[in-house]
Design a protein around this ligand. Structure first.
Ligand code: SF4
Length: 534
């Protein structure tokens, strides 16, 4: 699949230069020189790292693993097994291994589920007593920064480990990642440190609440906008880093699939998108692509409902299609166990998302349509509707009438994409993708236009992070207090930068002090400007 978009589609929109810049830590991905960016450095949210020296902090390695900011197609354990990460697992703050419930495939063996421990040094396995700790018995992969000096024989049950005392566990396979990052470590430290999420107990008003309440509404808006810029550029940088490896169109599809994964299923969706060139063939119908995607994803039910005739009819036809090609795609088929269904609304079921993606992929024109939308003139109040129109598909004989493959036929047809998911796609994928392409193409006016759209985008759906943040930081402000998607994104960024690094009583959080000082500084600046004007 050609990664450069058709130049005929964007004749008046110079997005991307023909080649990626040789240096990846150039102007585009350096952080914006804003006051909020300085706060992150001053508070140690962003560690000052250089490319050429010591190991990064473990916290950063964990974030790299969690977000898989790795050259995922090139991973090998120190003893030479290829590693395919189908799910990185869930961060576990309770002690024990760093990530629980990861799913990893070694060479061609069936995928294994288990835990992952992340350490700077290989020797920490013994030094930290993991080899004697029963909580580490399910660890299937030890992710380390640098494997220099570690002998392959020490990585598996053979060699020295065969002589361990019976109560000691041999170290699991080791994966060194220092040369497998998808971007320079300095760039990763800047952007990724915003993302290590741990939810905090509810009903606790934060210590910053009073400082934020003292800000005038326009100052609070300025602060949220500035923080949102950090988040926006972080997402842009991630797409850019992936585009360096796989091309712009592939980076877009991976971003779209992740967003369609909605909270719990971002990783399986990402894994599917990574294999896009493997399973996408030209001129395939939406139905045939649906069958292939359901089959490869492991989401195809093995049994009929025997109660829903229309669902069973569709399922039979899908199986007829998939049956013919299942052998051909056996190597990239995911186990059903990588998917999570708990607490999922039918409208967000991954089957439904894949059915939608199959339509986009079969049309072959989504990237071009998004480019044309970017080049068109759209009034602010029509932004959301105009993008929804671009992304909406025509009626699907089955999916417009069923939430999932096992549900009864609906009385009224339902669109496969709602306004809330379209807004998520816009602020998390489409606008950052367009912006960073324009940045690489050195097209500042297009960049400014995309920033304007981001800042004007209407609020997206509320979520648990925003609800808790409004309670803790904004003293229980109502949902409408965040007037647009950028303000929502800014608040999430503050949570990631500050709340996720403090405990429930805000111990050692420097955000309140930063806000107070900024308010005082701004106050002094404003009054001196007023005096000069007089
Ligand atoms: S941790 Fe910091 S930013 Fe979060 S609520 Fe407490 S004081 Fe505010």
């Amino acid at each position: 699949m050609n990664s450069n978009l058709n130049p005929n589609l964007n004749s008046n929109l110079s997005l991307t230069l023909p080649e990626h810049p040789r240096k990846s830590n150039g102007k585009v991905t350096s952080g914006p020189a804003s006051f909020y960016a300085r706060w992150r450095v001053q508070c140690g949210v962003v560690p000052a790292l250089r490319e050429d020296h010591e190991s990064p902090p473990e916290r950063l390695l964990q974030a790299v693993w969690q977000h898989q900011r790795l050259l995922r197609g090139q991973l090998k354990t120190l003893d030479g097994q290829t590693v395919r990460v189908l799910h990185p697992g869930f961060a576990d703050p309770e002690g024990g291994p760093d990530f629980r419930g990861a799913v990893v495939q070694f060479d061609d063996a069936p995928p294994r589920a288990g835990d992952v421990e992340v350490d700077i040094h290989a020797g920490n396995w013994r030094a930290h007593g993991h080899d004697r700790n029963p909580a580490f018995q399910q660890v299937i992969l030890h992710v380390i920064w640098d494997g220099a000096g570690v002998h392959a024989s020490a990585c598996q049950g053979g060699g020295k480990s065969a002589r361990l005392k019976p109560e000691l566990q041999p170290p699991p396979p080791r994966l060194s990642i220092s040369d497998k990052l998808d971007a320079p470590i300095g760039e990763l430290s800047f952007w990724l440190n915003a993302e290590s999420a741990q939810l905090l107990p509810e009903n606790l008003r934060g210590q910053c609440c009073a400082s934020l309440r003292d800000l005038a509404p326009e100052k609070l808006a300025e602060l949220l906008r500035d923080a949102a810029q950090i988040r926006f550029r972080g997402k842009s940088a991630q797409l850019q880093a992936r585009a360096r490896q796989a091309g712009w169109e592939q980076a877009l599809w991976e971003g779209i699939f992740r967003a369609l994964g909605y909270k719990h299923n971002t990783w399986p969706m990402h894994c599917l998108a990574e294999q896009r060139e493997r399973w996408l063939s030209p001129r395939t119908s939406p139905f045939a692509l649906q069958a292939r995607l359901f089959g490869i994803s492991g989401l195809l039910p093995a049994e009929l409902t025997r109660a829903q005739a229309s669902a069973d009819g569709y399922l039979r036809r899908i199986w007829d299609q998939w049956w013919r090609e299942r052998e051909e795609f056996a190597d990239c088929t995911l186990p059903r166990s990588v998917w999570r269904f708990h607490g999922q609304r039918p409208a967000n079921h991954p089957q439904r998302r894949l059915a939608l993606a199959a339509h986009w992929l079969a049309s072959g024109s989504l990237a071009g349509k998004i480019e044309r939308w970017c080049a068109s003139v759209v009034p602010d109040e029509e932004l959301a509707g105009s993008l929804l129109e671009v992304l909406q598909i025509g009626r699907d004989d089955f999916w417009s009438w069923h939430w999932t493959m096992r549900s009864a036929r609906l009385k009224k047809p339902q669109p496969l994409l709602g306004a809330a998911r379209a807004a998520d796609l816009a602020v998390n994928v489409i606008l950052p993708w367009l912006w960073v392409r324009a940045a690489e193409g050195k097209n500042e006016s297009v960049q400014r236009g995309i920033e304007r759209r981001f800042n004007a985008w209407p609020s997206a759906e509320d979520n648990a992070v925003l609800r808790l943040a409004r309670q803790r930081l904004l003293g229980g402000a109502p949902r409408r207090a965040l007037r647009n998607a950028a303000e929502q994104q800014g608040l999430i960024q503050i949570v990631r930068d500050f709340c996720d690094r403090a405990n429930a009583v805000c111990q050692d959080c420097r955000f309140p002090e930063m806000v107070r000082n900024w308010k005082d500084e701004r106050g002094r600046c404003d009054s001196s400007n007023a005096e000069q004007a007089i």
